[in-house]
Design a protein. Structure first.
Length: 94
């Protein structure tokens, strides 16, 4: 089954199509990555700090867009705080 994996670390966002064996509400399962091991599966959380898995590309993009908007909002807030600090220092008198 096809799913879409998002990664968005270090200011680089990616969506890649991946093939999974099966899913549950919380996990996705892949074939075991070590060669020579048959009938085993690797389990990954559907949502983690490192990657997130979605049924459709549109859901994956929406998730990354929300994350980008949150980062942008945080950056604007940090800029406001830095400007306030700058204004306070600039206005200091002996």
């Amino acid at each position: 089954m096809k799913m879409y994996k998002t990664t968005g670390r270090y200011h680089v966002a990616k969506i890649e199509e991946v093939e999974v064996l099966r899913t549950t509400a919380q996990s996705v399962f892949f074939p075991k990555s070590r060669s020579g091991v048959k009938g085993k599966e690797d389990r990954h959380a559907k949502h983690s700090d490192h990657a997130n898995y979605f049924e459709t590309w549109e859901e994956a993009k929406e998730y990354l867009m929300d994350a980008a908007e949150n980062k942008l909002s945080g950056a604007r807030r940090q800029l406001e705080l830095a400007q306030a600090f700058h204004g306070n220092v600039k206005g200091m008198k002996p």
